[in-house]
Design a protein around this ligand. Sequence first.
Ligand code: ATP
Ligand code: MG
Length: 428
Amino acid sequence: MDYHARITSMRQSQIFTKTRREAPSDEVAKNSQLLIRAGFIQKMTAGVYSFLPLGLKVLNKIEKIIREEMNAIGGQELRLAALQEKALWEKTNRWDDAVVDNWFKTTLKNGNEMGLGFTHEEPLTSLMRDHIRSFRDLPVYAYQFQTKFRNETRAKSGILRGREFLMKDLYSFSRDEKEHDEFYEKSKIAYKNVFNRAGIGEKTYITFASGGSFSKYSHEFQMLTEAGEDIIYYNKEKGVAVNKEVYTDEVLAEMGLKKSDMTEGKAVEVGNIFSLGTKFSEPLELFYKNEEGKNIPVIMGSYGIGVPRLMGSIVEALGDDNGIVWPTEVSPFAVHIVAMKTEGAVIEAAEKLYKELTDIGIEVLLDDRDARAGEKFGDADLIGIPLRITIGEKSIAEGKYEFNDRIAQKTELFDKDQLMAYIGKHNV
Ligand code: ATP
Ligand code: MG
């Protein structure tokens, strides 16, 4: 039977990617070093990465978590075009804006200039004019997963900072500040859920950051890591932080915090939420008619998460000296079965368990390769599937399964019932 059609268990002998001992010498970030070595991603050039089958599985799982949480707060998914018209961006003065110096621009054969989108406020706001007319049409929450292009100056952080990367960007369109604020608070909870499910909740702080012209603050979700490019001051007990850029006595006082309560740390911004007010709706003329028939500009917000940045952050946060450690919900497979032989009772037992687990909907990677034990274990550590079952002659003779939990860092000899119970409990 072909299991691939139903769920995506795989035999390692069939995966075309190879693991490698060394990362490319120009790759300095831990996340991309490990991901390249394990065969999840390929570096095309600085800041440009391709996702290989294992990497795409992880990316898709992260995407699924984010999609579920965005849908839960009323998000409607769409996908906008990447190519952007110059005229649209001139309306908000962002085509030639010195602050926005990361455009990839190109010229059509007829001479018209176009840009590859680095964000999507302009096209979405403009598009909404065809759909939002009266107060009855609001609120609207629209989001997408879409490739962004940014001519980043520094691209040394692996997939934490790509020149081309997948972003989840949601935009909210509300009648007034109150309706906006309610959604803004809901989005904070949704973001917390995302980072908890992705396994970095404990290290991720909701962080006060500068808000731009329309609100005092925005909020970033900053994950503590030496690989980060930002500096934050965080308070572990309260689970909050302040970005260095707005770290003043005034801000601390508003938060009921004292300088002595805060710890400095390096962090990466895995997501952010932003109140935009009428910054885009006014110049792009997105108005609605209120109950008195009066034209009112729509109140907007934007909510971003870099999907590969989140994937790279997980690797930075949880990876160890031996390799990657995937949290259960984003792991490419739930279970890794390592068969110590490619013939006889060992491979038979391994194949049998592979089929049993797959039949009950568990995604398994079966190492059925003809390779030395050291190589198999080294690769298994590198790839980072959290649950591993090693099948060899000794454990078969004892009627047991050698079981290893990479997150809990424990190894046990389980009988079949214990094994199934443990997997059942840790599978999502
Ligand atoms: P940064 O300050 O790190 O450059 P940003 O403030 O430019 O980020 P936004 O433009 O608001 O970020 O983008 C939304 C989200 O997209 C960010 O919170 C981050 O998770 C992600 N992101 C931004 N730039 C990149 C990039 N070059 N590669 C991967 N993810 C990115
Ligand atoms: Mg940026």
